[in-house]
Design a protein around this ligand. Structure first.
Ligand code: PBG
Length: 327
């Protein structure tokens, strides 16, 4: 039996150095984007109980978190606002002094030269009914009326200095409307990261607490059905045609097949969002001692990159970026 088997894949797995040499996928701090929540009217950061380790920031603690992220080398920060007052129209979202716009100004001032500042462009954080758009009299989400508000939001966020807006409401035509609104207001250089393939997902559960959403029901009339893959390719193609500079698939881990197909189908950078439920599942199992937290965090992020995401949004961004720098 000498010399058999001739091919031994195990040879390249023998030592950490060999495994590192032949690794096909690497994580780098610059690929990671940290989502952060900024809440209006609080003096101290408020822990999000459904997301251990995540808080709703004050403007001051937001600045500190942004500095920490930038020092760790993260590629970007994605901002979400939690206003004190919500109404049917989501007025705080378009108010030049709304909490998200204040957060953008603070982060741009603090770290705008060191990292990319992004903002979620959607109404659900700002509406009292919790939907991503305006409601028609019959209770349905009114696509075209919502687009007008998104245009206004895009201008408000760009006026505050954001580098990239992330339309995430899944209204038809939203990327084109946002692009035109930005261009019309002299913000030609503000980029659009389109949440292009966004599924109606149970994995957003913990996020609802983070933004204090009062949503009754679900978002199935505008976000995609988990059963569909081809539909994502159509959504992505539309967004690119409407001017998206980058596209995103969301959630990440349960949709790696979608991510791969999207990455193969477009020539713009592709991002994936490892959402709140993906984060909290790992944290919860780790808290029970059921899984090795750091190992699983690294494995999930590597898999998302391997499936085709160039950029990954993750609540672990700063921590992982720090670890990568130490390694
Ligand atoms: C919409 C938005 C949501 C998330 C990001 N942007 C909520 C939703 O679509 O229901 C979810 C992020 C997460 O779960 O971590 N503003």
């Amino acid at each position: 039996m000498a010399g058999f088997p001739a091919v031994r894949p195990r040879r390249l797995r023998r030592t950490p150095a060999l495994r590192r040499l032949v690794a096909e996928t690497r994580l780098h701090p610059a690929d990671l984007v940290l989502p952060v929540f900024v809440r209006e009217g609080v003096r101290e950061p408020v822990p999000v109980s459904s997301m251990p380790g995540v808080v709703q920031h004050t403007l001051d603690s937001l600045r500190a978190a942004a500095v920490e992220a930038a020092e760790a080398g993260v590629g970007g920060i994605m901002l979400f606002g939690v206003p004190e007052e919500k109404d049917a129209r989501g007025s705080a979202g378009t108010d030049p002094d709304g909490i998200l716009q204040q957060g953008i100004r603070a982060v741009v001032e603090e770290v705008g030269d060191a990292t990319v500042v992004m903002s979620d462009l959607c109404l659900d954080e700002f509406t009292d009914h919790g939907h991503c758009g305006l409601l028609a009299p019959d209770g349905s989400v009114d696509n075209d009326a919502t687009l007008e508000v998104y245009a206004e939001m895009a201008r408000a966020q760009a006026d505050a200095g954001v580098h990239v807006v992330g339309p995430s409401g899944m209204m038809d035509g939203q990327v084109g409307v946002v692009r035109r609104a930005l261009d019309g207001a002299g913000h030609q250089d503000v980029a659009v990261l389109a949440y292009a393939a966004k599924y109606a997902s149970g994995f957003y559960g913990p996020f609802r607490e983070a933004v204090q959403s009062s949503l009754q029901g679900d978002r199935k009339t505008y976000q995609q059905d988990a059963a569909n893959l081809t539909e994502s390719l159509r959504e992505v193609a539309l967004d690119v045609a409407e001017g998206a500079d980058m596209v995103m698939v969301k959630p990440a881990s349960a949709f790696l097949d979608v991510l791969r197909r999207v990455a193969d189908s477009v020539d713009v950078p592709v991002a994936a969002y490892q959402v709140s439920g993906e984060y909290s599942m790992v944290e919860a199992a780790a808290a029970h001692g059921w899984i090795d937290r750091d190992r699983v965090v690294h494995e999930t992020l590597t898999s998302i990159r391997r499936a085709g995401a160039q950029v990954v949004l993750t609540y672990w961004a700063s921590e992982v970026a720090r670890d990568l720098r130490r390694a």
